[in-house]
Structures are given as structure tokens and as C-alpha cells.
Design a protein around this ligand. Structure first.
Ligand SMILES: [Ca+2]
Ligand SMILES: [Ca+2]
Length: 146
């Protein structure tokens, strides 16, 4: 990786979770850019909008699929076919200060913010956003629908 000298794609696109477009790019997120700059990944108008979308997805994992551990969430987020899921889980759990199979509650803003920060750091090799930006996106994600 050459992240030390270039801005990672996820940061450049305001998509720090590296959310991929669904086939045909049918998903229109709140705060999605009108322009499609990258054929594979979503792009957002602001970091808050990209963080909001990430929080929506993670919240959906808990609500829809009952996933409420780092192991469950990251295994779905970063499947083994294209990621080193095991080291991803270890990294995120350590950042959060929880055991990989410990239940966490993503409806709590602080917990969601911690998870989002850990995912951003893992996806981009850095986590450049102040806590206020993370929390602003998280709050938007926790209160909104769609
Ligand atoms: Ca889209
Ligand atoms: Ca795109």
C-alpha cells in the first residue's frame, strides 16, 4: 500500500467505509454526490454523509440480522473472500476495547462512533476525522431512515 504519500480513495470520495456500489448502482444514499467518480465505490458530498451511510449499514446489521458482536459485524462487512477478516476483527475489537464475541449496542452513539472509527482506520490506514465529525455522521445515521 502507498497510503503514506496519497490520500486513500475512501477519504477522497468521502466514503471512509469504502462502501461499494450495488450492481447497477441502484442505492441512492442521502448525501451522495451527483457525479460518479469511481465505478466501484460510492462517493459522498461530505465525510458526515459517508459516515452516516456506514452507520446505517452497521445499524441494519444489528436490527435486521441480529449481529451485535465485532465478529458478527465484521464477518458480514468484510467477507473472507476478499478480506483478511480475522485480522480485521482483531484490529477492530482491540480498538474498541472489547472481546470479539462480546455483545455491543450500536444504537448507542458512543459505541457506534468507536466502531466507525475503527473501521475507518482499518479501511484507510488512517482515521483523519475529528470526533465531532464522526459523531455528527453517527447521529444522522442513528436517527434517520433510508
Ligand atoms: Ca449510489
Ligand atoms: Ca461511484
Amino acid at each position: 500500500m502507498t497510503q503514506s504519500c496519497t490520500i486513500p480513495r475512501g477519504i477522497r470520495l468521502n466514503n471512509p467505509g469504502n462502501i461499494k456500489e450495488a450492481p447497477g448502482d441502484k442505492t441512492q444514499w442521502q448525501g451522495e454526490r451527483a457525479t460518479d467518480d469511481d465505478p466501484v465505490f460510492e462517493e459522498f458530498v461530505s465525510p458526515e454523509a459517508g459516515i452516516r451511510a456506514l452507520a446505517r449499514i452497521l445499524l441494519g446489521y444489528q436490527r435486521r440480522y441480529g449481529l451485535n458482536t465485532v465478529t458478527g459485524i465484521i464477518t458480514r462487512w468484510a467477507p473472507g473472500c476478499e478480506n483478511d477478516t480475522g485480522s480485521y476483527i482483531t484490529h477492530v475489537a482491540a480498538r474498541l476495547g472489547v472481546a470479539p464475541d462480546q455483545a455491543i449496542d450500536l444504537t448507542k452513539a458512543d459505541t457506534m462512533a468507536g466502531l466507525v472509527e475503527a473501521i475507518i482506520r482499518h479501511e484507510n490506514g488512517q482515521q483523519p476525522y475529528p470526533r465531532e465529525v464522526i459523531l455528527a455522521g453517527v447521529h444522522l445515521g442513528l436517527k434517520g431512515s433510508a
